[in-house]
Ligand binder design. Structure first.
Ligand code: ZN
Ligand code: ZN
Ligand code: ZN
Length: 264
C-alpha cells in the first residue's frame, strides 16, 4: 500500500443543471440571502497539499467564475464525469490556462464520449483559420483499471444516468460521484467500507428519472458505510438551513466554497 496523500477538496459548484437561483424564479430559496442557497453548476477542485497542484472535476458553465473565486492560477489536469452541458460548457475558459502552460491540458473522459466532445468543441480540434488561441487539450479515455493523475491514484466506476453512464471517481479514501440514478450492486460491494468521505449528487426530495434523490443518496452513504457524506448537485427545492436540520449527523449538504481536508 502506498502512503496516503493529503488533499484539500473545494466544492466549486453545488448546483443542479440550472444553477440556483433559477432564472425568473421567486421561490424562497432563489430569493434567499443565504449564500449557501446560491449554487453554481456542480464542479470540484482537488488540491495536493504537498505540491499545491490542482485537479478539476468537470468544467461547467460557471467554470470561469469558479476559477476566479478559488484563485486557481495554474491547471493542467481535468477529469470529466460526462459531457452534459452543465458539466462541460465552461470548456472554453481552459484556454486561459493554456496561455501559460507549455503542455496541453490533459482531459480524461469516458471513452464513448470523446467523439461527441470533439464534435461539440470542434474549433479546439480543427484549424478554423481564425488566429486565436483555443483551449489546447489532450483527450484521454478514462482507463478501466486504477490510473494516476498528478501522482494521485484514481479508480473510476461507471454509473447509470439515463441514456449515458457517468464516471464516478475514487481517490483512495475519498470519492466524488455526480449524476447517477443508482449504484450497481457490484460497485456497492467493491467500494463498501473503502471510502471515508464521499461527495455524491442528490438534486431534491422527489423521484427523478435520471438522478438519485436526497433520500436515495443518504441510503447510498449508509450502504457504503462512509464516515462523512456530502450531497451536491442540488436544486432550488433544497433550502440549506431548513433541510440541513433533517439530515443524519454525518451527512451535510454541499455549498459553493465548502472546503475539506481529506487523504487518499
Ligand atoms: Zn448534472
Ligand atoms: Zn426557485
Ligand atoms: Zn448529467
Amino acid at each position: 500500500m502506498t502512503a496516503a496523500i493529503p488533499l484539500t477538496i473545494t466544492i466549486l459548484g453545488s448546483g443542479t443543471s440550472t444553477g440556483v437561483p433559477l432564472i425568473g424564479c421567486d421561490c424562497d430559496v432563489c430569493t434567499s440571502n443565504n449564500p449557501k442557497n446560491h449554487r453554481t453548476r456542480a464542479s470540484l477542485l482537488i488540491t495536493r497539499k504537498d505540491t499545491g497542484e490542482h485537479l478539476v472535476i468537470d468544467t461547467g458553465p460557471d467554470f470561469r467564475q469558479q476559477m476566479l473565486r478559488a484563485n486557481v492560477r495554474k491547471l493542467s489536469h481535468v477529469l470529466y464525469t460526462h459531457t452534459h452541458a452543465d458539466h462541460s460548457h465552461g470548456f472554453d475558459d481552459l484556454r486561459v490556462f493554456c496561455f501559460k502552460n507549455k503542455e496541453a491540458i490533459d482531459c480524461y473522459l469516458p471513452e464513448e464520449m470523446i467523439e461527441e466532445f470533439r464534435t461539440r468543441f470542434s474549433y479546439a480540434f480543427h484549424d478554423t483559420g481564425y488566429p486565436g488561441t483555443p483551449p489546447r487539450v489532450s483527450l484521454h479515455p478514462i482507463p478501466e483499471q486504477l490510473f494516476h493523475v498528478m501522482g494521485l491514484p484514481i479508480e473510476a466506476v461507471r454509473l447509470p444516468h439515463g441514456a449515458v453512464n457517468t464516471a464516478g471517481f475514487r481517490l483512495g479514501r475519498f470519492a466524488y460521484c455526480t449524476d447517477f440514478k443508482h449504484f450497481p450492486s457490484e460497485i456497492l460491494n467493491q467500494w463498501r467500507g473503502k471510502v471515508d468521505t464521499m461527495i455524491a449528487s442528490g438534486v431534491h426530495f422527489h423521484e427523478h428519472k435520471t438522478h438519485s434523490n436526497v433520500q436515495e443518496t443518504i441510503q447510498l452513504f449508509h450502504e457504503l458505510r462512509v464516515r462523512q457524506g456530502i450531497i451536491t448537485h442540488l436544486a432550488h427545492q433544497v433550502e440549506f438551513e431548513r433541510d440541513s436540520a433533517n439530515l443524519p449527523e454525518n451527512i451535510l449538504f454541499a455549498y459553493d466554497g465548502l472546503r475539506l481536508n481529506v487523504t487518499t
